[in-house]
Structures are given as C-alpha cells and as structure tokens.
Write a protein that binds this ligand. Sequence first.
Ligand SMILES: Nc1ncnc2c1ncn2[C@@H]1O[C@H](COP(=O)(O)OP(=O)(O)OP(=O)(O)O)[C@@H](O)[C@H]1O
Length: 322
Amino acid sequence: MLDTVSSADRPAVGAGPAPESAAAPRRRPGIRVSNASVTYRNGLTALKSASFEVPHGSIAALVGVNGSGKSTLFKAIMGFAPLSEGRIEILGTSVAEALRANAVAYVPQSEEVDWNFPVLVEDVVMMGRYGKMGFFRRPSKADHAAVAEALSRVAMADYRKRQIGELSGGQKKRVFLARALAQDGRVILLDEPFTGVDVGTEDAIVNLLRELAAEGRVMLVSTHNLGSVPEFCDYTVLLKRTVLASGPTREVFTRANLETAFGGVLRHFDLAVGDNAGATGILTDDERPFVVFPDPDPGTDVEAADIRSAPSAGPKDAGGAR
Ligand SMILES: Nc1ncnc2c1ncn2[C@@H]1O[C@H](COP(=O)(O)OP(=O)(O)OP(=O)(O)O)[C@@H](O)[C@H]1O
C-alpha cells in the first residue's frame, strides 16, 4: 500500500527543503535510490552504484551531459531497466508495487513520440487513465472528468479534439503533462520538458510543477536548462554514470560541481567587472545559461541567478569559453 502525504510533509514551495535538526522528523523520501547499477545487454554499465533521495513534495533536477545515464535512471525508476545491484524505492515501496499502484507517470521527450500517429489530444490524456480502467478500457464518467480537469489545468481544454500532431512543441508538452495529471501520478518523471518551448510556456510549466509539489507529488526533471534549475528545483542530482552529488540545490548546484559533471562540454565565461578581482561566471551547455555571481563572503554559499538570454556585453575573457 502506498503511503499518503500529509501537509506536514510538504516543504514551502520554492523555499527549498527545511533544514533538518536532530529534533525534526526526517522527511519521508519520495524516491530513494540506493547503490543502483544498470548494465545493458551489450555489457555497458550506464549507471554504477547510484544513490540519492528526493523527498515528498519536491522538484528535483536531474542534470548531466548526454550519455550520463539520465534516461537509464528514468527507465530503472519505471521498471524498464532491471538493476544489476542496489534498490529503488518509490514512496516507500518497491518499483514493482509503485507501478502496480500506477504511481509513476512519465512525460516523454518529443523525439520519443510518433507525432504522425492519428490520435486526438483527449485520447492521449485518456491514456493516463488506462491503469484505472477495466479490461475493455471503457472510460467512465470519472475518467472523462479527470481528462477534462487535466486539460484545463494545462490550459489545453480548447484543443481536446485536435490531432496531437497538429500542435506546437509547447502544446504537445502540456498535453503529456495533462496525461500525467489524469493518471494522478504521485511521482512524475519529466524528460527535457523545456526543450523547444518558449519562455511563456516554460513559466507555465514551472508554475504547474510548483503546484504539483505543493500537493505532495515528487517531480524528477531531466534538463539541460541549467539557468532554470536554481529557480524552481529544490533538489539537484548531478549524474555522470553515477551520482556525483545530490541534495538541496543551493548546496549541490555549484560551479565546481557543474564543472566536474560537465567537464569540457560546459561553456564557461567569466565576466570581469572593472578591476574587480571576483568575476561573474556564466555556465551553459547551450540552453538557458546559469550565472554565478562573485561570492561577497568567501566561505558561504555561492550566489546564483539565472538569465534568460546572454548579456548584451560580450564576455570579457578571464578564462574564456572552454
Ligand atoms: N538500450 C541500450 N542498450 C545499450 N546501451 C544503451 C542503451 N540505452 C542507452 N545506452 C547507453 O547508456 C549510456 C547512457 O545513456 P542514457 O540514454 O541513459 O543517457 P542520457 O543521460 O539520457 O543522455 P541524453 O542527455 O543524450 O538523453 C549511453 O552510453 C548510451 O549509449
């Protein structure tokens, strides 16, 4: 039986996880990955001894270069890729039990979907209800109501009779988010939800994810959009065939950790400001950049912010692009 979430489990959205003290009860993990390894049939170990936790009611970024194992981790959480060692727990149960309870929803990358397949928007969202239907998959009133509510939550109710292939990239993403909502997924895995979407749609998706976190759901978001991670992800998991670092974003999402995770792949500019010895750093792997301001008080956390576009002044080289 999957456990339920009380409001006591929920963090203040956007405020990051509450600090834990000896007196405070430990927040229950939504996803707990312990020493998990995945080896494909061709002998490649795509994930080695990965361990991390993401608590109830939070949004976690899954960040790493192409081939670092993000999709492999998603497949393991969805039960498609068996573990050669270790364990994954979802809402305190095994993967198999979480899948039986229909607790894990997946929002795919656009490339994974055949957009020529003739299917209506409302039919795609109805797929989220299949796990709750009988053998003949005849939708009940409740199923139709759940689909309508999910579509209106992502502002796509007017498109329900449209062919999915006719929609824009951002609209398609919202439809697949609606499918996850119709399923009532308590754990939602989102694969590159911001690729190819405009800023308005990205903001709409982020706001929705915040609402879902406030409802106690757990989101794991694979993204190359580094600039948006500190903005809306409470937790970060840095992946490079294993977990390099994981925990609250403000602790994990540091320049040093990002450089380790991305190595030479990450573009890195330092903007020297006048004679200021400290320099503003911009880290990007080509989507929205992540900006690191000089630390006014060395020894404390690095201050970070995101920008939506490159600064108008060109980068003054203090290390240059790598
Ligand atoms: N079915 C498979 N069989 C064998 N190797 C695989 C399989 N799927 C993925 N791999 C390999 O596992 C490694 C990790 O791939 P994965 O798709 O998990 O990376 P990723 O971080 O999701 O990459 P991207 O950012 O490009 O989506 C890669 O070297 C990939 O070639």
